[in-house]
Design a protein around this ligand. Structure first.
Ligand code: HEM
Length: 512
């Protein structure tokens, strides 16, 4: 009896201590840190919208985006930044180009000074790491995939994967890309007179087919399960972004979480099927991306190994990274060429001259298509498929004139930087591929001004793949069709993880 009397107060005290420590932690995260961070930045002359308890500025962002997405732009306008990121536009006008805002309780610093962005992206010391992402996103791209790994694991993965994108491998992939494009064009063979096609849909299907075939030796039909599931998962992830993230909630059996878990299981199974069928069917696994990853499993050298779990995550990463971005590059370039008929004619002339009217393009064709290269670069500048990316400060850091506290997420609004008149000249908002006449590094006042594929150690591994694929597809379309915008087209670019046309891209195809 005495023992029980003694234990009860001790238990009560322990419970009280636990509750008080949790409340103290919550107070630090929800109140104290935002207050301290805001003050530290204010001392450096950096301000921004006021932090609101728990939600930060999420509600304002959602409201501004909802309103902005109702608008439709003039189709000749490339000034798309205010539509896509209305909150950045507003805060830049109020607080200057560098400002602080809050994604829930997380401090976000927006920086568009090119020299500072370059310093961050080229930093090799590991001080600026890939930003923390919500756990739902790991279901989409894989936690152990290249895009989100850090340190020695990232080095190991990148070393293993680099050969899959070597010039020799890309040459072999060229043939597969041509075959996939031919399959799409055969489906278009019923276009005898002018006919409308929703090009974004066509390009999504085609680029999915290409990455499935060229990287995984599967096909659109086999890969379709992965793409469909990934599409569904993406919708869930994007809708989660409009809510504040509370750690641990990803484990609660809410309807959204249950849906995400189901889709995750489904996607893993589909990817595993592709991996298993390769494991069973080939002795040497082949030399494409999947083959190279599987061979690494059997490597004698310890540091060159990938586990099956890592391979599955890499497959998810490449299925995702390899088609969304590319289909949007093709979509926006097609939109620009449909508007700028003079450039469309110039490119067609170049294609006829370098590749002929009926000949299939091959790996030698691409270096000759100078004008086409310039058009794609200009399209990447004005309509960068990845229009925003970020890094986190892994410790207290000094960057140029700024002191950045540990844990700050630093955002680079690419779209804004790509249209900066001080860097690109007074015609920065105009479509002018000729600015790339003397190469990318001479197109602007700064040699690294075009950041569509990022720069530094984490530069896009698939950039050559992307450019070759885009050139093949456009070459083969221009050989056969004249393109013009359908009257139904609504110019409404939207950031849906990648830059997408909100209402698609209806284009009139006229056989030549
Ligand atoms: C127009 C097409 C593409 C664009 C604009 C693009 C853009 C980018 C950008 C900006 C990054 C860096 C992101 C960051 O640093 O946070 C990146 C990384 C990456 N991209 Fe691409 N990409 C494209 C096509 C592709 C393709 C076709 C593949 C694969 C076949 C691919 C695979 C990757 C991977 C795996 C990474 C992570 C690299 C690393 O962290 O080491 N991308 N891409």
């Amino acid at each position: 009896m005495e023992l029980i009397i003694l234990i009860n107060p001790i238990l009560a005290l322990l419970v009280l201590l636990f509750v008080v420590s949790k409340m103290f932690n919550a107070f630090i995260i929800l109140v104290w840190q935002p207050f301290v961070m805001t003050r530290r930045f204010k001392k450096q002359g950096i301000s921004g919208p006021k932090y609101r308890f728990l939600y930060g500025n999420i509600d304002e962002i959602n409201k501004m985006k909802r309103e902005s997405y109702l608008s439709v732009l003039d189709q000749n306008s490339n000034d798309i930044f205010p539509r896509i990121f209305p909150h950045y536009q507003k805060w830049m006008s109020l607080y200057g180009e560098t400002f602080l805002y809050w994604n829930g309780t997380e401090p976000m610093l927006c920086i568009s000074e090119l020299e500072l962005v370059k310093q961050i992206l080229s930093n090799k010391s590991g001080f600026f790491v890939k930003s923390k992402i919500r756990p739902e996103f790991f279901k989409l791209v894989g936690m152990k995939g290249l895009a989100f790994l850090e340190g020695v694991d990232w080095v190991r993965h990148r070393r293993i994967l680099n050969p899959a994108f070597s010039i020799d491998r890309l040459k072999i992939m060229t043939k597969l890309m041509v075959e996939c494009t031919l399959r799409m064009l055969e489906e278009w063979s019923d276009v005898k007179r002018e006919q409308k096609k929703e090009m974004n849909r066509e390009f999504r299907r085609l680029t999915a087919d290409i990455i499935a075939t060229a990287a995984f030796g599967s096909s659109y039909t086999e890969g379709i399960e992965v793409f469909r599931t990934q599409e569904e998962l993406k919708k869930c992830c994007v809708s989660c972004l409009t809510d504040v993230y509370i750690p641990g909630t990803q484990y609660l059996p809410t309807p959204m979480n249950i849906r995400i878990w189901k889709l995750d299981r489904k996607m893993k199974n589909s990817v595993k099927k592709i991996v298993d069928s390769r494991l069973q069917s080939k002795q040497d696994y082949g030399d494409d991306l999947l083959g190279i990853m599987l061979k690494s499993c059997e490597s004698e050298r310890n540091e060159r190994k990938l586990s099956i779990e890592e391979i599955i995550d890499e497959c998810k990463t490449f299925f995702f990274a390899g088609y969304e971005t590319n289909s949007n590059l093709l979509t926006w370039t097609t939109m620009l060429l449909s508007l700028h008929q003079d450039w469309q004619e110039k490119l067609r002339d170049e294609v006829f001259e370098e590749c002929g009217k009926d000949t299939k393009p091959d790996s030698d064709t691409f270096s000759k298509l100078k004008l086409m290269n310039m058009v794609f670069l200009e399209s990447l500048r004005l309509y960068a498929p990845v229009s925003l990316f970020s890094r986190d400060a892994s410790k207290d850091l000094t960057l140029g004139h700024l002191k950045i506290p540990k844990g700050t997420t630093i955002f680079f609004p690419l779209m804004k930087m790509h249209c900066d008149k001080a860097i690109w000249g007074s015609d920065a908002d105009k479509f002018n591929p000729l600015r790339f006449e003397n190469g990318v590094s001479r197109a602007a006042t700064h040699p690294n001004a075009l950041l569509a594929f990022s720069m530094g150690p984490r530069v896009c591994i698939g950039q050559n793949f992307a450019m070759i694929e885009a050139k093949i597809v456009l070459t083969m379309i221009l050989q056969r069709f004249r393109l013009s915008l359908s009257g139904e087209y609504k110019h409404a670019p939207v950031d849906y993880l990648t830059l997408t046309p909100q209402y698609g891209l209806p284009v009139m195809l006229q056989p030549l």
